[in-house]
Design a protein around this ligand. Sequence first.
Ligand code: DAH
Length: 334
Amino acid sequence: MFEQLKKDILQQIESVNDLQQLEKLRVALLGKKGTITEQVKSIGKLPIQERPAAGRVLNELKEEIQRALEVKREELMKIEAEKLSKKMWVDITLPGIRRRVGHRHPIMKTLEEIEIIFVSMGFKVVEGPEIEDSWHNFDALNTPEWHPARDEHDSFYLDSFLLRTHTSPVQVRTMLSAQPPIAIISPGRVYRRDYDATHLPMFTQVEGLYVDENVSVAHLKYTLEKFAQQIFGSERRIRLRPSFFPFTEPSFEVDVSCGVCGGKGCQACGYSGWLEILGAGMVHPNVFRNVGYDPEKWTGFAFGMGVERITMLKYNIKDMRDFIRNDKRFLENF
Ligand code: DAH
């Protein structure tokens, strides 16, 4: 009795492959109007002596169906859970996203150090415009139109203005707007038509100017030696070599003793024991005249240095272009 029905039903249950379908089948079998429910109801129509046996068989069938449904449900739940966990799988062994913290560019770091050193000696930091006129950039600094020094500063011109080729025009602007004593440094960007391992078209300079009565080369040398010792190390010495700048007389190239060999001569300093760090000199009387100072009364020294160059010497960097390549592998070293 009901053997065929049982086989069919168990097969149906077996072939179901999702939970929704299984629930539908359950209702179709055991719900209020389900196949088995109807069968149970129809027992009442059987002859009275057949009823108990039919009831028993149907009950067993019902229980068997319930078990089969339960087994199937568990099977499908397991499959669903596996699908879900595959979809949501997270590899907890992957590295996290590291947020890197930025820091100052090496040029700005050196510039800040330079400023702190001079400010501690009593110099004031003054800035000037990057777009200059040729009077402030050249003429007032005793560099007239015909002067060969103008050619050395291959300039970027903008109509009658130019991008300043050095921070020296800030000397002029400062002296025009104040009376001595003056002690200033002027940091900033400057521009020249140059580009190779030791020249950038845009670079950074610090200009220095000290004006008072009775200023001598000794003051210049003392100030720059103290500076060199603070930026490079207290064992360093400096030397002045005769040079030429239109705005100073006498003019010097200032060298610092080599940090690698201590001045004996090695590969780092080209076997000379010295490394050039800046230009300097005593302010030319014509510069004083151009700003309305009496050159008989006032004396002064000036200097100018390239911050890129100082940074290269400090950290032994060979190619100036590294400063503007924005390669983090380089920048992270500072
Ligand atoms: N202005 C010079 C340059 O750019 C650097 C310099 C040299 C500045 C000597 C000075 C100085 O004030 O006295 O090459």
